[in-house]
Design a protein around this ligand. Structure first.
Ligand code: FAD
Length: 471
């Protein structure tokens, strides 16, 4: 085999796990190739996930603001209407622009980008099948699996990406549904449900559990539930969809209590199936080389992202944990740094998670339930946005900031924010937690006035029972 086909690292998958890892490897002087089977790099996140969904959320939030909030600020106008084609066009432009950006970075770093499907023939040996059926064999000292995940499905709910869509179809509905049924009240269902609800759809969310956003601090989840209900969402909690069939231009769903019981029929003109994601390892050849996976199909790795087969590593959604783009990125970069002999590290206690509804819900660290269950002696500070002057000026006063800290040491254990720009505000808490900060560290840090972050400062002050603007 020629030297050209031999690499220090080959990465299979060019999502937010794989492509930054490839760039970091190049920065550190490694010879690196990245195999990606989509034409555009960026994986699920850029093509059909984080980015297109946030573009739609931004646009639909502006439409909603024009419809309902501008009058509060004394702005009145006539003739507001939606141009869905332009709204979808903006999303597509954002995605393709960012995709071009990754291609540019790959060229700049002289990374070999292979368009095709990668499989592992043997440790140190990767095969690439390209579109015309040709195969290429490459050698590598290290192989990184970063193949991500795919949407989970329900047995009798056949997805056609038109009437019954996964999140991918729901990013491009050709018209605003009159009635959209969302199956699953996790963040994907609530975000995309919000998009279409703001654009005019009646939205019903059917959720198997008795609460929305499983895993989120339940106090915040309850407030979010109420806020979304107030916006017009209908929630059917503790219910399950057992079947769905397309009848002409609508869908008939069979819904029954999660614990079983009488089934009723629900009619919708479109359905979004958002019931979680599962690891994607198809065609990689893992069985043949003996790479271990867990019961749910996630590749098992140790603390250094090593699989049980020497020289083969895995990162991102395919290994489970929080299935988030930034978690995949951190892992990919830390792994590459370790391969280069540097002390790469990921602090799993400080990974933020955000639900981009309006208001946003953002969390880092432990929920109150998790602390209770673990028997931790904690204290809690809260501050409502309706007591924050900037939130009042914005007329966005729903929600609260909540700080959980160790009762004895004051170390921050979790921060949960539901409110305007919560997804940005949470990062102050993430940094504080990275530095093992105490609630009092945030409380005694000078925050500019009048700003939204003052709500977090006051929640931290409240953890010490000395918040100023609280009744
Ligand atoms: P992926 O992004 O899935 O990338 C893996 C890539 O590998 C894919 O492009 C795949 O086609 C390719 N591939 C697979 N097998 C092969 C093979 N054998 N050969 C070559 N290529 C292969 N996360 C957030 O953090 N924030 C958000 O706001 C957010 N919003 C989301 C919204 C939606 C609608 C969805 C569906 C997901 C969202 N996510 C979000 C989750 C996020 O997209 C994933 O956590 C992230 O993309 C995982 O990155 P990854 O690199 O592990 O895998």
């Amino acid at each position: 085999m020629s030297a050209e086909q031999s690499y220090d690292v080959i990465i299979i998958g060019g999502g937010p796990g794989g492509y930054p890892a490839a760039i970091r490897a190049a920065q550190l002087g490694m010879k690196v190739a990245c195999i990606e089977n989509r034409k555009r790099m960026g994986g699920t996140c850029l093509n059909i996930g984080c980015i297109p969904s946030k573009a739609l959320l931004e646009s639909s939030e502006r439409f909603m603001a024009a419809k309902t909030e501008f009058t509060t600020h004394g702005i009145e106008f006539d003739g507001l209407r939606l141009n869905l084609a332009n709204l979808l066009g903006h999303k597509d432009k954002v995605v393709s622009g960012l995709g071009d950006g990754i291609d540019y970075l790959f060229r700049k770093h002289k990374i070999t980008r292979l368009l095709g499907t990668g499989s592992i023939a043997a440790p140190g040996q990767v095969e690439v099948a390209v579109a015309d059926g040709a195969r290429q064999t490459l050698l590598a000292k290290s192989i990184v699996i970063a193949t991500g995940s795919e949407g989970a499905t329900l047995p009798d709910v056949p997805i056609d990406e038109d009437r019954i869509a996964s999140s991918t179809g729901a990013l491009s509905f050709p018209e605003v549904p009159k009635h959209l049924v969302v199956i699953g009240a996790g963040y994907v269902g609530l975000e995309l449900g919000s998009v279409w609800q703001r654009l005019g759809a009646e939205v019903t969310v059917v959720e198997y559990l008795d609460r929305i956003t499983p895993g989120m601090d339940s106090e915040l989840a309850q407030v979010l539930h109420k806020v979304l209900q107030h916006q017009g969402f209908e929630f059917r909690l503790s219910q399950k969809v057992t079947a769905a069939r397309i009848e002409g231009d609508h869908v008939v769903l069979s819904v029954e209590p999660s614990s079983g019981g009488a089934s009723e029929q629900l009619q919708a003109d479109r359905v979004l199936v958002a019931v979680g994601r599962r690891p994607y390892t198809e065609g990689l050849g893992l069985e043949a080389i003996g790479v271990e996976r867990d019961r749910k199909g996630f590749i098992t790795v140790d603390a250094h992202w090593r699989t049980n087969v020497a020289g083969i590593y895995a990162i991102g959604d395919v290994i489970g944990g929080p299935m988030l783009a930034h978690k995949a990125t951190e892992e990919g970069i830390a792994l590459i740094e370790q391969l280069a002999g540097l002390p790469g590290h990921v602090n799993y206690d400080a990974i933020p998670a955000i639900v981009y509804t309006a208001p946003e819900a953002a969390s880092v660290g432990q929920s109150e339930e998790a602390l209770k269950e673990a028997g931790v002696n904690y204290k809690v500070g809260r501050f409502p946005f309706n007591a924050n002057s900037r939130a009042r000026a914005k007329a966005q006063t729903e929600g609260l900031a909540k700080v959980l800290a160790d009762a004895e040491t004051d170390r921050i254990l979790g921060v949960h924010i539901l409110g305007p720009e919560a997804g940005s505000l949470i990062h102050e808490a993430v940094v504080a937690m990275e530095f093992s900060g105490a609630a009092d560290d945030i409380a005694r840090t000078c925050h500019a006035h009048p700003t939204l972050p003052e709500a977090l400062k006051e929640a931290a002050m409240d953890a010490g029972a000395w918040a100023i603007h609280i009744a």
